[in-house]
Design a protein around this ligand. Sequence first.
Ligand code: GDP
Ligand code: MN
Length: 350
Amino acid sequence: VAFAQRAGITLVAVDSVANNSDTLGKPRVRGVIVMLARNDDLYGAKNAIGQLEKRFNHKYHYPYVYLNDEPFSEDFKTTMRGISPESDVQFGLVPKEHWSYPDWINQTVAANARSEMAAKDVIYGGSESYRHMCRFNSGFFFRHPLLDQYDYYWRVEPSVEFLCDIPDDPFRYMQENNKLYGFTVSLYEFPETIPTLWKTVRQFMNEHPSFVRKDNSMRWLGNKPDEYNLCHFWSNFEIASLHLWRSRAYLEFFNYLDKAGGFFYERWGDAPVHSIAVSMLLKPAQIHFFNEIGYYHNPIMHCPVDQPAMAGRCQCDGSETFDLQHYSCTGRWFDLFGGGEASRRAFKLQ
Ligand code: GDP
Ligand code: MN
């Protein structure tokens, strides 16, 4: 025990194993499931978390944190506590500073940009709250005090679906294999939402070359440095390290983007922002494709194609998975960094 304590390993007492089914003697993984939601997302939240409980967390009892820019209703809290009675459940209010305009943003310019984008039918182009949400998910969620005690998070959105029983603990997988970012779906961004994002990223890289990892994963973002192919990980699903976002390199990157104003003057999404940062700061081996996690967020599904290996654990059709369809960037990921053999066989590509 003394050795374990010196080594920083927490020995889990036998009676607490039932509450956190970590194996005796193994360090706990400080993982948390996080959902940003509005009170009227309750029905979707209940469905998504209900499925995650059934497919995974009823065996592990990882804690939940729900965040909202307004106070959660009693109904929301009671219902969500009831969905996962064996897990610790916390409800947090997003601080105003994390969901408002920084003082360097000209709100008249921002409002005009919204009207112009709405007129062009850009998705969420006219929405102010969507922009605060994207900025919050890009730069602030990981600073919420309710997440301070954790190393890894799993982001879940209301109304998503988990289509397969999840055989192993993804948090433990991340920790034991030194993974810092995990995804299930990738695709191309709408260019109208990020006209100047790439230019801003390139400026950041020129001004702060020391933050750009030499063996980075940026090839996935395009063949030429001055052109972004719009590939990004779909951030409504993320299993990732909180320390990645808390790192000085990421915070400097976020501040740089935030100063440039594109969260408000354009409609920069947290998905391309996270994805570009991940590609710049991590080597491919630190990024993981969670093939075994069947997942649906309207209108895209990821379903493991190697169904025999999943032995009846899934309620989805592997042949309908998004991975190798033309609007996915996961095929490019496989081409560059390996993986996806089962998908290729199923799609009869090799
Ligand atoms: P989409 O996936 O890009 O279509 O965007 P969503 O509407 O699903 O929003 C992404 C996430 O942010 C979901 O978890 C939403 O519940 C949450 N969200 C979006 N807008 C707001 C908002 O104004 N307030 C709060 N509290 N959550 C929001
Ligand atoms: Mn969504």
